[in-house]
Design a protein around this ligand. Sequence first.
Ligand SMILES: Nc1ncnc2c1ncn2[C@@H]1O[C@H](COP(=O)(O)OP(=O)(O)O)[C@@H](O)[C@H]1O
Ligand SMILES: [Mg+2]
Length: 304
Amino acid sequence: MGTNTPSYNNDDRGRHQEELRELPNGRGKAALDDRDAAHAAELLSLAQDQMLVNQALVEKIFALEQAEGALRSSEHKLHELLAHQLATREDERKRISQELHDSLGQNLLALRIDIVMLHQHTTKRHYRLRDRIGSALDNVDVTLRTVKELMGELRPSCLELGLHATVEMELRKFTRASGIACELGVGSGIPDLVLGEEEVLTVHRVLQECLNNVFRHSLASRVAVRLDAAGDMLSMRIIDNGIGFDPAAPRKPSSFGLLDLHERVARHGGELIVRSERTHGTEVMLGLPIAPACPNASTAHTFR
Ligand SMILES: Nc1ncnc2c1ncn2[C@@H]1O[C@H](COP(=O)(O)OP(=O)(O)O)[C@@H](O)[C@H]1O
Ligand SMILES: [Mg+2]
């Protein structure tokens, strides 16, 4: 207790009362009454202070509860907004890809047919014109390839081929572009598993971002991907043998890849777990609820 705080020790109080009673002419009793009144006033003032403190505490708790509620509601809104933004972005990509296919792609194909015909009907005597038509044809072919690549980046063309084919094609593409060997292992239910395009797209986007991270950050020489379906859950593991990182470290302000994946997967009721340790590689585990049920077994292919 502080030095200014009154002490209510019962022994002291008894001794003081005895001393006061011994004073002559009733002065002792009057002094005793004064003393009790002072104690009562002090107690009252303390009780009032305590009530004020209690009231302030109740107000603070109430304000904190309100702030917590507002925070939870704004967090919920943020998740809804992100989910909406992701859905809108995918719809927009699909629309642009369709547009590229229907207008630009089809027109380029028609143009190519005309150029091929022109090329065939130009005799060797007009060799300069034939050369020009030949280079026009090359240009159209390059542009067609670019359009196809753009369409693939916007929305993978293999989605309708199913999960297994989509993952296989993505890994082949990655190995060709990066030189990093990938091994794919699949449970027995995977080759025949029929999923909706949106589910395949979610798995594809996760795989794409993880492979992108392997290429950009990991210095890995190998990647192992494992697909399994058990009951109503699909799981995909992507493991690299690279330098790893600390997943608990604060996110770089410009890094949104993994954050985006967490939102995307959560939107489908799934879960994404990232395990990594410096110099011990990285493992990303995707768990996604699916409609059909499939048993588990193993097959493996390697792409080089
Ligand atoms: N496979 C990996 N190997 C090593 N580091 C990784 C790997 N995946 C992610 N990281 C680290 O996590 C960070 C965040 O990744 P991400 O959210 O995809 O953002 P970005 O790739 O744009 O930096 C990366 O900057 C990198 O430091
Ligand atoms: Mg990334």
